[in-house]
Design a protein. Sequence first.
Length: 425
Amino acid sequence: MSFGVRAGILREGSSLVRSQAAQIRSGGPGTVAQKGKTLLLILLAVPAVVLIRALRPLLLVRFRSIRSKTIGHLAINPELYLCERDLGIADSRTFDIFYMPQPVSNRQLEKMWRRVLRVSRFANELLRVSRWFPWHEHHAIPKPWDQDSHGLLARAPVHLSFTAEEESLGRANLEGIGLPEGAPFVCFHSRDAAYVNTTYRGKYGDIHDYRDSAIRSFGPAAEELAHRGYFAIRMGAVVEEPLNTSHAMVIDYATRHRTDFLDIFLLAKCSFFLGGTAGIYTISAVFRRPLASVNWIPLGMAPISGRRDLFIPKKLWLRKERRFMTFREIFETRIKGFPAPTIGFLSESRHYEQLGIEAIENTPEEITALAVEMDERLKGVWQASEEDEELQRRFWPLFKGRYSDVKILTRIGTDFLRQNRELLD
């Protein structure tokens, strides 16, 4: 190791130790205990990292922090990592250790990941100290994808499972919220600002509010599913308003019964999930439950790899021209000075506002039509006409340019295309 490298390591280590010591001196008893533990772990991590570097010719040890504060990342990132390993995309000859920053968004999901991944508090300090050394990138697990844009879920097995005790607890919990044993049920969810504002204390609430939608728009779909024999379970950890329904088979679980355990059990066992882009949908995806995705935006990031999945997007209204953008315009309009390559990938509310674009929520009728299509497809009674197939054939070439190497298995909602043919021009 060169003199410059040793000096850099000493500099980084000394700076970190000083900052931790300063926080210990200025904090109360709780801070003293917490920072003292962190400081001890950092000091222990230094020789551990040196040993890990020495072992690299024989065994490559890697680290990464899991984004555990939001449930979408906590669900999908580890699953896609494991799918990559199963499919031989990622190097399986490594010894990987993960760290989950606290507090996590869901304790049950954390518990289940700990059963299949190596998770250690010490990995955070190992990762931190590793960055002081040259070639630290070799010891960092590559950042997992946030979406299944490469069709991994369709090609790999489910990695999470419930224990026998959890299965028994889950069945008892379902009965406790009013579901008879063996009754089919659908989970549905509408994204609003309440969860993000609570989790991040209002810091990021308006960045993605173009993805929000009103829960009342799901009421007719939930009641239609109930007429078809399903219990309809409204999901959500923190929600802005209750669901207004009097139907006995539509249950506002989010405001009456919610627990970390039952969140995961319901989404893993439902007949299908009906909802938008909020991260909660990824739990059903991880368990390979069918997805009926509504209010999807941005269109370029729509789910494409689920054989039984359906989706419909939000439409984009041009305020000045007083018209909707066509799908071709969404995918092909390039915008200078914006991080997205085209309008189909805009990911912040302010960008839509700057361009004079309004994201229009799906109507209750559109959501209900998609729910009915999913129900009938799963029951094997759905009938699509040749005209419907032609509309599908016209849509997907517009979409596929971004994913030329992936087989598209998902379908856009049939009734949505029938009612919006002009968007295919």
